[in-house]
Design a protein around this ligand. Sequence first.
Ligand code: GAR
Length: 216
Amino acid sequence: MLDVAVLVSGRGSNLQALIDACESQDFPARIVVVISNNPDAYGLKRAKAANIPTSVINHRDFDTREDFEEAIDLELKKYKSKFLCLAGFMRILDARFVNRWKDRILNIHPSLLPSFKGLHTQERALESGVRFTGCTVHIVRPEMDDGPIILQAALAIDPDDNADTLSAKVLELEHIIYPEALKLIALGRVRVSASKAVIEKASYPSGGLVSPEIIN
Ligand code: GAR
């Protein structure tokens, strides 16, 4: 069983997808704590409703990023967390922290990385005229929205789509691939090198939603 901490800043719908997955008996990970930098994050309510310990570590209470991250680190130790999932956690983690947790932090991002890092991904996808958008679960590296890709899900952009409709469609895919990626990791099926992750061949595909490299 992999003991996981989830870091959130807001709504927490991906957290909910992870909570739901962890509730199934044969899921190989469990959430030991949910940490938020935002005291008003709705994700905290979701955690409480699922009887998961919560902790608020407000970045505004710290003079430096290093002190903020040190406080997170202490909390992770307190709950004996072995792995971190960023689920809409909107603070940049610095290289020191990321390297301390090397290959043990997972992030979800609403684009087909390495395209459209950062914010407003669906607006930028529409502006650029790409035909597909989607989401990516990846191992975190010190650069923002960068690191070995575990799973991606893509969808074709409809001419009638706007940023809101696309975000909603992509979010549905996020809720599928995030638990799936965590499961693969918890089962020890992922080998991570500096820039790439390889997934041991398993009982895939799941509806063509996953990276081509694991479908063959
Ligand atoms: C999600 O769409 C997630 O992919 C995105 O924030 C949203 C959080 O929603 N993350 C990033 O943009 C990270 N760069 P949620 O709080 O409902 O899970």
